[in-house]
Design a binder for this molecule. Structure first.
Ligand code: SIN
Ligand code: FE2
Length: 205
């Protein structure tokens, strides 16, 4: 079931069942063993994000004092990002409606107390491809607005296994995570939440 909750913004609640969530988590654990979660900081100010990040797939999204960008290597290890596991790539193939594979899977880890300020995903070359965003672990209060920071916003609670698709009129809209709800899922041993954000980065030739 896919519900359109705003123009171009669709939610597939419980898209991954329990065993698929466990399988995806196992695959992400392997990714993070090779490409450890690192501490991103804000451009210029150098203020740390409250989430930790890693990536898999050919391109990884990173933020450091120099800015936001995609790059092929982990900022700490210098190693290429691990391949995107099939369990994750498949979600894009099924839900994106786009005829080329995802190039980036950004992994955001939220410990209790972590959040993500309102922002737009706008570092990609091709906005005709959607953003497909997977939730695993503790529930989160996701806020979405419009094309301007001051546009009115609404909130939706995202649970483990839910997948959100930002496409069309919502592709460049502001969104963020206000809080997570500790103890609402037992998927992650130590608690917390993983968000997997799948994106196409380059324009198809
Ligand atoms: C993001 O927009 O980068 C993350 C969204 C989420 O954690 O659900
Ligand atoms: Fe985002």
């Amino acid at each position: 079931m896919i519900n359109e909750i705003a123009d171009g913004l669709a939610l597939a609640p419980g898209y991954l069942d329990q065993s698929q969530q466990i399988a995806a988590l196992e695959d992400i654990r392997k990714v993070v063993a090779a490409a450890p979660l690192y501490q991103p900081v804000m451009p210029r100010s150098g203020r740390p994000f409250s989430v930790k990040m890693s990536n898999c797939g050919p391109l990884g999204w990173i933020s450091d004092k120099a800015g936001y960008r995609y790059q092929t290597a982990h900022p700490d290890t210098g190693q290429p990002w691990p391949d995107m596991p099939g369990s994750i790539a498949r979600i894009w193939d099924d839900l994106s409606g786009y005829d080329a594979p995802a190039e980036c899977c950004l992994i955001n880890f939220y410990a209790s107390g972590a959040k993500m300020g309102l922002h737009r995903d706008e570092n990609e070359e091709d906005f005709s491809a959607p953003v497909v965003s997977v939730s695993l672990g503790d529930e989160a209060l996701f806020r979405f607005g419009g094309s301007e920071r001051k546009s009115p916003t609404k909130s939706v609670r995202l649970a483990s296994g839910d997948v959100l698709i930002m496409a069309g009129a919502s592709r460049l809209n502001y969104h963020g995570v206000d809080k997570i709800y500790p103890g609402t899922s037992s998927l992650l041993r130590g608690g917390g939440r993983l968000n997997l954000t799948l994106r196409r980065v380059t324009r198809q030739v």
